[in-house]
Design a protein around this ligand. Sequence first.
Ligand SMILES: O=P(O)(O)OC[C@H]1O[C@H](OP(=O)(O)OP(=O)(O)O)[C@H](O)[C@@H]1O
Ligand code: HPA
Length: 183
Amino acid sequence: MDDAQISGDLSRVLFTSDQIAGRIAEVAAQIDSDYEGEEILLVGVLNGAVMVMADLSRALKSHCRMDWMAISSYGSGTQSSGVVRILKDLTTDISGLHVLVVEDIIDTGLTLSYLIGNLMSRNPASLKIMTAFRKPEAAKNTVDVAYVGFDIPNEFVVGYGLDYDGHYRNLTSVGTLAPHVYS
Ligand SMILES: O=P(O)(O)OC[C@H]1O[C@H](OP(=O)(O)OP(=O)(O)O)[C@H](O)[C@@H]1O
Ligand code: HPA
């Protein structure tokens, strides 16, 4: 989606598509260096992670496979419900595999702490987390995140996979949603 078409719905652009692409390339290089010689199973968390998964996986030089989980804790609002539901599970048996969870955003951390507990019980060889965006001030759970694209302020953001009630995921930049859209 052309960002100009919905610029009235954003109060502020935080990152342009070029800035996001540049940072994803840096993170991919770090991952390649850390996993040298290992195959990685990238686990994307639907729906929001589709953009970062597509970009990160193509920026990696490492051998990797992909699988997906769908988990929901936000419903249609801007606050985490705190209730995490698995809507779609992995198709891969991750026992003995190097798993890298790919997230679009870590906000309260509730989704991820649930996910880590769930995946660790399946005995992967290793489990690490990559997220495109993280809100340090919103954290309700401390989760160990190996790779972070950008730390951002504690405001509701949309674009690059992040939605408000299903909208704005295909915005190429990331920005804060103007209050008039959701109030
Ligand atoms: O750290 P938290 O406060 O738990 O929030 C992070 C989660 O919220 C979003 O998912 P959402 O439930 O909105 O589903 P979606 O990816 O389909 O938009 C996002 O993709 C993360 O999975
Ligand atoms: O700021 C956000 N925007 C969109 N989806 C989200 N899920 C958690 N936090 C956010």
